[in-house]
Design a protein around this ligand. Structure first.
Ligand code: GCO
Ligand code: MG
Length: 402
């Protein structure tokens, strides 16, 4: 089998998605997600200008070699744009192989290690009371695990809190919106939220929280410690991890489980936090980690150090990414949990898929390949619109991490 062509498809059914479609001489095509939130066209052009010309004529079954060709073969490598482009190619090649062999991708990854993939939903509210109500709605829908984010008294906008009662979507059209941040107010509020949640819902439901890279190590240590009575499933992205060693401080002070890595691109980004057992869950998603080929290696490395997986699954990852994550989740032994944020109805229509939700678990379905298609005609009715994630400033105007 040979790759004959590949094209980059861009659509915006509620938000922007970039999809790579790879064609073969046997009529089989594969799909890969290439979406990098707020930087979509950089990946699209990296693919069209630099990678696709080298793909034509290659055998789609040799995806380990193709991965190494684009990773080792590139002098300027790593980074989110490069690795998302490589991830898109890798996903499309697994999709082709699955379709050619008439089997779901999870069978190529080792087969099923479990009957379903436990997911967590996103509950958020403008204040504590509303957030508690929203968590209740997820529990009523059958979710076993819920992430809770609440507006903070005295801060006009907070990460993770939707503007309307629709799907949480941080990217906005126009120039980047500016959010305001106060660590002091945040650290006082969050333990009250989880106290209220445990009082109302008891101990069985798994509760999660995302600090979105906003704390210093010692602040994260304080938060982790103050959340211990409410036994979180995980505290996510407490600290930015350019300095992986910073997690030593957090780890020394708290038994709250720590999750990290949605913005990581390679195994090297997580080398210290995994090998020193500074985290409990590694959050890299197939797309941003250079595809399933590389993520499999991350999972095997993590397995040696008691670290479980917890793939990023926000709405800026298309249904192609979600499907790839589910094939991975159901197959690896050290699976922890999968993030699941609902896409808009239009997105689900552009990307018809075989995965489905049942009683707190997602199932990848048994369609060959990744089990996702792309309705090009419908997609073309949703043209790309430039959008940015917000930026963040402290109360005194200092630029901060969003
Ligand atoms: C998460 C993430 C998202 C990101 C978004 C950025 O845990 O799901 O933190 O909410 O902010 O994916 O593109
Ligand atoms: Mg996150």
């Amino acid at each position: 089998m040979k790759i004959t062509d590949a094209k980059v498809l861009i659509t915006s059914p509620g938000r922007n998605f970039v999809t790579l479609k790879i064609y073969t001489d046997e009529g089989i095509y594969g799909l890969g997600d290439a979406t990098l939130n707020g930087r979509e066209l950089a990946v699209a052009s990296y693919l069209s200008e630099h990678l696709i010309p080298c793909l034509i004529g290659r055998d789609p079954f040799q995806h380990e070699d193709t991965w190494q060709y684009f990773y080792r073969g590139a002098y300027w490598r790593r980074g989110p744009v490069t690795m998302a482009a490589l991830g898109a190619i890798d996903l499309a090649l697994w999709d082709i192989k699955g379709k050619a062999l008439n089997t779901p991708v999870y069978n190529l990854l080792g087969g099923k290690s479990r009957t379903g993939v436990m997911v967590y939903g996103h509950a958020n509210g403008k204040d504590l009371e509303e957030t508690v109500d929203e968590v209740g709605k997820y529990i009523a829908l059958g979710y076993r695990a819920v992430r809770a984010q609440s507006g903070i008294p005295g801060i006009p906008s907070t990460y993770g809190v939707a503007k309307g009662k629709f799907h949480y979507e941080p990217a906005e059209k126009g120039l980047p919106p500016e959010n305001i941040w106060s660590t002091e107010k945040y650290l006082l509020h969050v333990p009250k939220l989880f106290e209220a949640l445990r009082l109302k819902f008891g101990d069985d439901v798994h509760l999660l929280h995302d600090s979105h890279h906003r704390l210093s190590p010692i602040e994260a240590a304080r938060l982790g410690k103050s959340l211990e009575p409410y036994h979180l499933f995980w505290l996510e992205d407490a600290v930015t991890a350019e300095l992986q060693e910073g997690f030593r401080i957090v780890r020394q002070h708290t038994t709250t489980p720590l999750a990290l890595g949605e913005v990581f691109n390679t195994i090297w980004d997580a080398q210290t936090v995994i090998s020193e057992q500074l985290i409990d869950y590694i959050r890299m998603a197939p797309l941003h980690a250079g595809g399933l080929t590389h993520l499999k290696k991350v999972a095997s490395f993590a397995e040696m150090y008691h670290v479980l997986t917890g793939c990023h699954g926000a709405t800026d990852l298309s249904p192609v990414s979600m499907a790839a994550a589910l094939h991975f989740d159901i197959s690896v032994n050290n699976f922890g949990i999968q993030e699941y944020m609902l896409h808009t109805k239009q997105t689900d229509e552009v990307f018809p898929h075989s995965y489905h939700f049942e009683a707190g678990f997602l199932h990848p379905g048994d369609a060959p390949g990744l089990g996702v298609d792309y309705d090009e005609k419908l997609a073309s009715t949703f043209p790309y619109e430039r959008a940015y994630l917000p930026v963040n400033r402290k109360l005194d105007g200092t630029m901060f991490d969003w």
